[in-house]
Design a protein around this ligand. Structure first.
Ligand code: ADP
Ligand code: MG
Length: 222
């Protein structure tokens, strides 16, 4: 059984009078421990696919099986629990809360956690690992782009998800910060996390173990 299996996934958006079919029957399997890069031109549907994988969007048609459960059959509570506990998200524009410190931002996803862990010391440990131990009480506006993204990565890890989904994580970073971020993702993958990355950047994709390309609403091996 694959960790993630997509079968014939379609997604149609309404744009005014028009129906636009962005995904036209995507088949994809991702195994535990995989590090997959989804490449493709801007507008090709990469983010749409990643959001479906992340249970943030639902497909118009097709089957999505995550760890053996068909996602469309799950109720809202089960879906929220999966998003919060099994999946970590990293986005191009970080989405840090501007009036919270680095440490507070990282702890936001634990508000909904039912686990009784010492999240604060876990947060400090993870922030130390990504070189942010001196920045715990800084606001996002006081950080560089790379520091913001490393904060966002720690936030994505705080509930110890099995899967990390990253949508253009280096899209706003210079090349040095980009390599730092990609080295962190590579280390996470070595520690056993499954990583799915969306990028149109070759250098970023080169860190992945496997690459596919989205074109005309379908996925092809590179
Ligand atoms: P990519 O991430 O590869 O740049 P996206 O998945 O963001 O591509 O978008 C693919 C296409 O779907 C684009 O043409 C975009 O305009 C359209 N699209 C994405 N989200 C929506 C939405 N919520 N409503 C309507 N159209 C959308
Ligand atoms: Mg996108």
């Amino acid at each position: 059984m694959s960790l993630i299996e997509l079968r014939g996934i379609r997604k149609t958006y309404r744009q005014g009078e028009l129906l636009v079919e962005v995904l036209k029957g995507v088949d994809l399997k991702v195994e535990k421990g995989d590090f997959l890069a989804i490449m493709g031109a801007s507008g090709s549907g990469k983010s749409t696919l990643l959001y479906i994988i992340g249970c943030l969007e639902s497909p118009t048609d097709g089957k999505y099986i995550l760890e053996g459960s068909e996602v469309s059959r799950l109720g809202d509570d089960e879906l929220s629990a999966i998003r919060n506990q099994k999946l970590g998200f990293v986005f191009q524009s970080f989405y840090l809360i501007p009036y919270l410190t680095v440490l507070e931002n990282v702890l936001v996803p634990t508000i909904y956690s039912k686990r009784h862990l010492d999240f604060k010391s876990r947060a400090r440990g993870l922030l130390r690992k990504v070189g942010l131990e001196e920045r715990l009480f800084f606001l996002p506006s006081e950080l560089s782009g790379g520091q913001k993204q490393r904060t966002a990565i720690v936030r994505s890890l705080i509930n110890d998800p099995d899967i990390v989904l990253a949508d253009e994580p280096t899209g706003q970073l210079d090349s040095k910060s980009s390599s730092q971020v990609m080295e962190i993702l590579t280390a996470l993958n070595k520690d056993g996390k499954t990583i799915i990355l969306v990028t149109h950047d070759e250098a970023t994709a080169s860190y992945a173990k496997r690459r596919v390309i989205m074109k005309d609403g379908l996925i092809y091996p590179v």
